[in-house]
Design a binder for this molecule. Sequence first.
Ligand SMILES: [Zn+2]
Length: 289
Amino acid sequence: MHMDEDRAWIAFASRDRDADGRFVVAVRSTGIYCRPSCPARRPARDKVAFYKDAADAKAAGYRSCRRCHPDAVARDATAVARAAAMLARDGAVPLDRLAQAVGYAPHHFHRLFKRATGVTPAAYARALRSGRAIAALAAENSVTEAIYAAGHDAPSRFYAADAPRLGMSPSAWRHGGRGETIRWTMIATGMGPLLFATTARGPCRIALGEDGAALAARFPAATIRPGDAVLHDLAERVVTLAECPARSDLPPDIRATAFQEAIWQALRTIPPGTPCRHAERAASAGGAD
Ligand SMILES: [Zn+2]
């Protein structure tokens, strides 16, 4: 078996939920195997064996733990990934239909999805639609066309849900950030470097896998400036608030969408008047210097 057993042991010893689905831990004295996050007391290291999955542990003669249900891990992750794919394909699907489609009770599935991704199925669907609307802004001929292309029934939905995430008017966005000054910083996250960019109005781009160059390419008509320590501290704080238990056995695109959405949600929990407004002031003050 190819597995870094030292790292596996550290994950098991710290009950790391992120490791669930990556391997199982079998305890020789009890004949039971567990998911890495099992709440049960930890045996001595020389009493455990690591297997890549439940099937391997079973083949070696172990039974599944009744406390942590290691066999359910893969099934849960598959259900969450299938539901996320369904939301991407069909737009907002009501919870009961979504849960039924993947074979779970609605309430249970809601909790499971939230625990696995850090956001609810409805928030996940909103994040996808928001992403589509923003992508359409640059691609379609007008703001109105973009709104309908993204799947909104009415412009009012777009202005309530997506437009506040632009950090500028939809028209300025369509025109490469014309007239805007954008400050940006990079934050290290559990999912890699994250771009956090804001105008004087508020954040305009929060994206994994993008950087200052990507920002400049997206907004060729804007003035792009590196952010100061105030902006960096704010971004770091928001990202820490959002640091969600997104499970590593989910596809990276699902985790990225959910994580970015969790960051937008965390931004809303920051009381207006304090750090968020600081960033806005810093951005506008910076625009003048
Ligand atoms: Zn267990």
